[in-house]
Ligand binder design. Sequence first.
Ligand code: NAD
Length: 337
Amino acid sequence: EPVNGKYTVSFIRGDGIGIEISEAVDDIYKAAGVPIIWENVSVAPYINKQGKQSIPDEAIESIRKNTVALKGPLATPIGKGHVSLNLTLRRTFSLFANVRPCKSLEGYKTPYDNVDTVLIRENTEGEYSGIEHEVVDGVVQSIKLITLEASERVARYAFHHAEQNKRNRVTAVHKANIMKMSDGMFLHACRQVAKEYPNIQYDEDLLDRACLRIVQDPAPYADRVMVMPNLYGDILSDMCAGLIGGLGLTPSGNIGKDASIFEAVHGSGPDIAGQNKANPTALLLSSIMMLRHMRLFDHADKIESAIFRAIAEGDRTGDLGGKLGTREFTKAVIKRL
Ligand code: NAD
């Protein structure tokens, strides 16, 4: 809820290039007059009283209170005993749906110029349950856990998202021909929820067939939202990202029960950190998803169009074959607001 017309949003700036691309967000939001006050929070881990790695309470409290956060990439420390901070955040706030839109940028040439997919990935279970064990020497089992509750929850969000974003179809992507019980139940959940949305068409597609069709012709996917279990979403979304020009461009949103956290798909770019080379577009587009989530549509449209025009008119960072640094690209966007 806004106070004096302004919304407070938690901001985890992250590591490496996170610092630089977060500054780009600062500068562009200031120039665009977006009614947001950033509350900067650190999620640098510490060892709690139980001897376990944890993220600071202030960070958790801030996100819980504001219910919306923007997040830069976090470097996962290498070594034993470190839980992924991203996983910790996902668990703490029950971030059950991962939304990944992929849209071709006008004026930036890739093999396709008509990609416009929205993929919603179940974010809490499936093949990522982490339940694995060795039965006997040389034989391991990995459990794919699917629950009706989590399937219904992500399916309902997919239909809601379709309705909100004027997409008239939801496609459930699955392998229920092979995984009859687990994916079968996922489909059952989707079919049940579909009945609650008579204005949105519903259909189902096999994962392999969907991959084949999207790379042959992405156009038919521009009308819909695709929803799927965890692992399928992981793979299919990176495939779609590849169709539009890669990591510097792809945003995502983690939608949860208690909060939602928006972040770029890419990591902290240690090879280019601190060199004014990072493309801030992915984080900026994540922040634009956040603005739409907050129903600040006019501000979202204005900033998005400035970014797209800058790129189309040749003002690009190095990853897109351009000459601009992070700061120069930021200025180029501000100029077009
Ligand atoms: P990465 O995404 O950081 O980098 C991969 C390649 O893409 C690098 O060459 C990098 O320079 C380039 N790249 C990434 N983002 C870019 C941008 N915005 N502009 C221009 N080029 C960009 O992946 P990595 O090197 O495998 O991981 C580095 C660290 O990030 C690791 O510690 C990893 O655990 C972490 N990570 C965090 C997240 C997250 O917080 N969500 C996601 C992925 C990786």
